[in-house]
Design a protein around this ligand. Sequence first.
Ligand code: AMP
Length: 446
Amino acid sequence: MTDVTFESLGVAEPILRALAAENYTIPTPIQTKAIPALLSGRDLLGIAQTGTGKTAAFGIPLLQKLSIGHVPPQPKQAKALILAPTRELAVQIEESLRTYGKFLNLKMTVILGGVNQNTQVKNMAKGVDILVATPGRLLDLVQQKFVRLDAVETFIVDEADRMLDMGFIRDVRKLVAFIPKKRQSMLFSATMPEDIAKLVHEMMNQPERIEVAPQGKTADRVEQKLYFVPMAQKRQLLSELLKDAAMNRVIVFTRTKHGANRVAEHLARTGVVAEAIHGNKSQNARQRALDMFKTGKARVLVATDIAARGIDVDNISHVVNFELPNEPESYVHRIGRTARAGGEGIAISFCDSSERTYLRDIERLTRMKIEPVAHDLPELTAEQKAQQEEPRRPHGHNRGGKPGGHKPHGGGHREAANADPHAPKKRNGSRAHWNRGRDKQRGTAA
Ligand code: AMP
C-alpha cells in the first residue's frame, strides 16, 4: 500500500498530466479503492463526505471511460449523468471534471434550477459527454423533451443523503426511470439512511462498497471550542473574536436564511466584509458571494447548512457555529470545512441555553466532549435581557394571521432597531423573534 500512485491505479496519461498540474501526487484513500473498481466497470457505493477527494474518485475513471474510443454524443443526449443536490456542488463538480479532463476533448455542461433554462437547452442541443445536474430542473427539461437520457452509460448520484434531506429523492427515482438499465452506477452518501439503502438496492448491481472517514473522524483533526453565550450576545461575541487577525477566512453557520442575513448585516455594519449564502438568493448572487469569499475579498461567509454543502474552499481558518445545528451530523460536516485534504483547523461553537440538547447530541455522535471556554463579554444590557426573556410564540400562531406579517426583509429592520439602543422599541420589535422561533421549528430551512 505504500507506493500507490495514480499511474499504478491504471489512470491514463492525459489525465495523469492534468493531476500532476494540480499537484495531486498521492491518491486519497477513496481514490485508491474506487479508481480500480470503477475502471473495471463495477458499480460503486461510496460512503464518504466532501473533503475526501470523492469527486476525483468517480471523475477520473469516468473521464477515462468516456475518452477511450470516443464517439461524439447525439443531439440532446448525455453519455454520463451526475446528479448533485445543490447548485454549488453541481458547478463545482463540473469545474473539477474540466480540470482533470483538460487534455481530453470531452463536452460537459451543467443544468441547474434558479436560472433561465434557455442557455441550458442550447448547451444540450448538440449533446454532451457529461451532464452535471440538480434533479428538479433536469426532470423539467427531460419532460419538455430538451434533454434525453436514453444514451446514459454512466449514472452518478452525489451526496444522496442530502438529496433525501432536501426532498429530491422522488425526482431522482423519476430520472432513473429514463436511464437505460444497462449502465454503470455510482452513489455517494455521507450517511446511509434507510431510504438511501433502498435506492441503492433499486439502482445498483452488486456494487463495490467503499467506506472512508466514518463520521466523527474529521472532528479529530479540528480544534473545537465552545462558548456558552446567550443568543442576545452572540453577535457581540462574534465581533470580539473577529478582532483576532488569525481568523482570516471564516465560515459562520446559522440555522436559518434569515439568521444568515442578520449576521452578515451585523458584520457589515462593524466593518467586516461578509457575504451571506443561502437558498433564497439567486444562483448568480450565490456564485458571486462564493467568489468573493474564495478570492479573499470577503473575510467571512455566512451560510446555512444546505447552501454550504459541497462548497470547496481551501484554507478556511475557522468555522463558527453561530447556532448549533439540530442534526448532529451537520456539525461534523460543518467543522470538516476547516480541515480539508488533511489540513487542520479551528471550530468555534456558540451555545445558548436553548441549544443544550443539540450540544448533547453532537457530543454523543462525535464521542467527544467539547470543553467550554470562558468569554469576557460584559453583563447583558437591559435590552439584551428583554430580548432574551421575550416569550417564544408557540408553533401555529403564525399560520394565517401572522402578527406583523412575514416579510422577507423583516429581520433587517429589527437589526436596525436593535443597533441603536435609543431607538424607540417598536410594537413589532419582537416579530423577527417569533419568526426566528418558527424558522427553528421548520428545521434546516435553507
Ligand atoms: P472532494 O472530496 O472531491 O470535494 O475533494 C476535496 C479536496 O481535495 C478538493 O479541494 C480537491 O481538489 C482535493 N483533492 C482531491 N484529491 C486529491 C489528491 N489526490 N491530492 C491532493 N488534493 C486532492
